[in-house]
Design a protein around this ligand. Structure first.
Ligand SMILES: C[S@@+](CC[C@H](N)C(=O)[O-])C[C@H]1O[C@@H](n2cnc3c(N)ncnc32)[C@H](O)[C@@H]1O
Length: 297
């Protein structure tokens, strides 16, 4: 299993402004970015990494033997409590799922292979996609498909799911894909289950909520002059990132308190960097990536 890093050169060019600095990779994945950070920083530099997926953390522990490197199994929304005393020179976020999640049928992320309908990045917590789909009210399912997948047929798909589960619980990715295919026929290149799978995954992992909490806490673990590089893969994430750093726009729900002055402690370094045509050709998954860079004043 292999994960091709996205915007590797561009992200590290901005991130590594002091080669003896302390760095934090909040989305370790399979460590391609982390490994390259370690290649570039000096013996005095250090790198901490975080992932909510235990498999990613085990991979890091087993494959990176470097005294400058430490990895933690945690949700990045807990950065405050994870690093209460530490301030980093640079923090990297490469959001979303890893291709290794999609490639492993057992994790249930992909409609292209048969597996249990799980979709949790952290399998030690929360509920699986099957548990949710077999118990949530029809309107809740329809709202999630619409909001997180921008799925125009959300109501029809939710209705079909509820009809199906009345006779037999949904257990596998293939069963869910078949239900979606009864509503949507394949037309262009995109598979009819693409948007629904994205929406369910975002919901099961509460991805946007954790992203907002993490953003509201970043300043506590970043040095003055420190840089944060964020790579997003869909417009929902990128909108949250973009708006978070604009003082006049409120993206956080009321239960995540943040002082407006916190947002004013950042300066935008680079607005929107997209992968080159060449990178998209080599790694088509990179085509929807958008990178933004900020520094703390
Ligand atoms: C796109 S991959 C990162 C790939 C990585 N840059 C590499 O080079 O291999 C995103 C990773 O972030 C992790 N992740 C997503 N949300 C997270 C969260 N809230 N807290 C911690 N890790 C998270 C996922 O488990 C996944 O491994």
């Amino acid at each position: 299993m292999f994960h091709v890093p996205v915007l590797l050169e561009e992200s590290l060019d901005f991130l590594l402004h002091d080669l003896s600095g302390t760095y934090l990779d909040l989305t370790f994945g399979r460590g391609s970015h982390s490994q390259e950070i370690l290649n570039r920083i000096s013996p005095q530099g250090s790198l901490d990494a975080v992932d909510r997926d235990q498999e990613a953390v085990s991979y890091g522990k087993n494959n990176i033997a470097d005294s400058r490197f430490t990895i933690y199994h945690a949700n990045y929304s807990a950065i405050d409590s994870l690093f209460p005393q530490q301030k980093f020179d640079g923090i990297l976020l490469d959001l979303g799922t890893c291709s290794t999640h999609l490639d492993n049928p057992i994790r249930g992320f992909s409609f292209q292979s048969d597996g249990p309908l799980d979709m949790r990045m952290d399998m030690s917590k929360g509920f699986s996609a099957a548990e949710w789909l077999n118990s949530a009210p029809e309107k809740e399912i329809s709202d999630i498909l619409f909001e997180y997948g921008e799925e125009q047929a959300s109501r029809k798909i939710a209705k079909a799911i509820v009809k199906c589960r009345a006779t037999k619980s949904l257990k596998t990715t293939t069963e869910l894909t078949r239900v979606i295919e009864t509503v949507l026929k394949r037309t262009g290149k995109t598979h009819p289950a693409t948007k629904s799978f994205q929406a369910i995954r975002i919901h099961i992992n509460n991805e946007l909520h954790h992203l907002k909490i993490m953003l509201s806490r970043l300043h506590n673990v970043l040095k003055v002059g420190g840089v944060v590089v964020i790579i997003s893969f869909h417009s929902l994430e990128d909108r949250i990132v973009k708006n978070f750093f604009k003082p006049e726009i409120e993206v956080l729900p009321k239960d995540i308190p943040i002082n407006t002055s916190v947002k004013e402690t950042y300066r935008c370094i680079k607005k929107k960097i997209k992968p080159s045509t060449n990178e998209i050709k080599i790694n088509p998954r990179s085509r929807s990536a958008v990178m933004r860079v900020f520094s703390k004043l």
